[in-house]
Design a protein around this ligand. Structure first.
Ligand SMILES: Cc1cc2nc3c(=O)[nH]c(=O)nc-3n(C[C@H](O)[C@H](O)[C@H](O)COP(=O)(O)OP(=O)(O)OC[C@H]3O[C@@H](n4cnc5c(N)ncnc54)[C@H](O)[C@@H]3O)c2cc1C
Length: 262
């Protein structure tokens, strides 16, 4: 990529202003993806002076700043002890430690990558995203509609008495997942999320609802897994066919539910 100018603003208002001054102005995360592009960037905006690299626990939530890296998530004592550790589990196999020291939460969530492991695990935890211009919105809505030329400031996850599980299937270590699944249970309310379909992570609303009202017997779990595979859309790419993904979905959802119950 080619960068004509570089700025490191002192506040988000200035960063947002610069971002919207020119069509090709670009926010920098860890640059793991940007460096693979041949983009012609007029002004690159470095957010590293804004204090956005943090993972903090408040009385009722966990807040993850946009510049927190995958490695920060992986080694965070807060995230290892909350939500059954699904967030560290979702990133700890991605590429390697050097890579995870660079890739950031803000870039991953904002870019709404279909293959993302982190976005699938996050979505099961009912989070909200905070954008500088658009404000605070549920992550599920943000993943659907996105935002143009905005800056993701942080992700807020409400604390809940919750058990969760994250599962994935890869052709080989270091590759993108063929499919990933996160399941969370808070009291009697279940949430089943499937990503890398290869489309972006989505809640299986029908299946989650039918599991919430069930007795969690073997046939209830099988029905929820089948409903998930039926209600979501799957696609074919170089990693897997649509049919294979659909079959894998049923298996991973069953395993994730079993893990939450046990
Ligand atoms: C080789 C490789 C393998 C990968 N494998 C996996 C995998 O197996 N599983 C997986 O889940 N992910 C994988 N990823 C994706 C990775 O997890 C990150 O999501 C991705 O690399 C972006 O991280 P970054 O911080 O480097 O973003 P950058 O490259 O810096 O930025 C990416 C985009 O996000 C924008 N951006 C950055 N920060 C913000 C912000 N705060 N607000 C708004 N926009 C912003 C940038 O302008 C840019 O358009 C892989 C990536 C690579 C390069």
């Amino acid at each position: 990529m080619r960068i004509n100018n570089y700025v490191a603003p002192d506040n988000l208002a200035e960063a947002y202003l610069v971002l919207n001054e020119h069509n090709s102005n670009t926010v920098l995360g860890g640059c793991t993806y940007l460096r693979l592009t041949s983009k012609n960037i007029d002004t690159a905006i470095d957010l590293s002076r804004l204090g956005l690299r943090y993972i903090e626990e408040t009385a009722d939530a966990v807040e993850i700043g946009a510049l927190a890296t995958y490695r920060d998530i992986e080694v965070s004592g807060i995230l290892q002890s909350l939500f059954s550790g699904v967030l560290p589990q979702s990133v700890m196999v991605i590429v390697g430690v050097q890579f995870r020291n660079l890739a950031t939460v803000g870039a991953t969530v904002y870019s709404r990558y279909g293959f993302s492991d982190l976005n699938t695990a996050l979505l099961a935890l009912n989070p909200e995203v905070v954008l500088y211009h658009a404000g605070r919105i549920p992550m599920a809505l943000f993943l659907e509609q996105g935002a143009s030329k905005d800056i993701l400031e942080k992700v807020i996850i409400p604390k809940a008495d919750l058990r969760a599980s994250f599962k994935y299937l890869r052709n080989s270590s270091g590759d993108y997942a063929i499919l990933n699944v996160a399941v969370a249970r808070s009291r009697d309310e279940w949430k089943i999320v499937v990503g890398a379909r290869p489309f972006r992570a989505m809640i299986a609303a029908e299946a989650s609802k039918c599991l919430s009202g069930s007795r969690l017997q073997k046939e209830d779990i099988e029905r929820a897994a089948k409903t998930t595979a039926d209600e979501l859309e799957f696609g074919t790419n170089m990693r897997s066919s649509r049919e294979y993904r659909q079959a894998v979905c049923e298996v991973l959802v069953q395993r994730a539910i079993q893990e939450v119950i046990s």
